[in-house]
Design a protein around this ligand. Structure first.
Ligand code: GNR
Ligand code: NI
Length: 179
């Protein structure tokens, strides 16, 4: 397994639309395992392939307390959605940014599992929010796209500033000349 690098907003690669998976083979399962390792290492409850620059329709989720109940969705499709509720979201591609987004409260989803077999699940609560958030990533959509342009502008500035501070902390200065 390999821990992959998570792309951060406003990286244009986060806007790429993922392609359907044609075969669930060992090579694909390898990428699924890399996604899981990357999600757990980052303490996220979900991760879409798009976020690690893999533009295939697959995502992983684990909303369990113990972090030992992975859900793998390949070529996910929302079959039905009902209700609307606004819940605070975060995203590993927007570190430290949180805001409320309106989504369906209950959904039914069809997908292929790690074994390539189709299955359906009904989801509500955090799991339903997370599945919709991850499917958006596969479309090149981020939760900040639901916010106002003004808020997005402030978020871009905040992330830019934090990145500048992070990189100046790691700056290697010329050391004092030896006598
Ligand atoms: O870790 C995550 N937490 C989260 C919280 C509320 C709503 C959605 C999420 S998904 C996010 C991980 C992530 O960025 N997945 O794409
Ligand atoms: Ni996200």
């Amino acid at each position: 397994m390999t821990k992959l690098v998570i792309l951060e907003y406003p990286d244009p690669r986060l806007r790429q639309k993922a392609e359907p998976v044609r075969f669930v083979d060992d090579a694909l399962r390898q990428s699924v395992d890399d996604l899981l390792e990357t999600m757990y290492a980052a303490n996220g409850i979900g991760l879409a392939a798009t976020q690690v620059d893999i533009h295939k329709r697959m995502l992983v989720i684990d909303v369990s307390e113990q972090r030992n109940d992975p859900l793998i969705l390949i070529n996910p499709e929302i079959l039905r959605a009902e209700g609307r509720e606004s819940v605070e979201e975060g995203c590993l591609s927007l570190p430290g940014i949180y805001d409320k987004v309106q989504r369906a409260t209950k959904i039914r989803v069809r997908a292929l599992g790690r074994d390539g077999r189709p299955f359906e699940i009904d989801a509500e609560g955090l799991l339903a929010v997370c599945i919709q958030h991850e499917i958006d990533h596969l479309e090149g959509q981020l939760f900040v796209d639901y916010l106002s342009e003004l808020k997005r502008q402030l978020i871009r500035k905040r992330l830019q500033k934090e990145r500048r501070q992070r990189s100046s902390m790691h700056e290697t200065r010329a050391s004092a000349p030896a006598l």
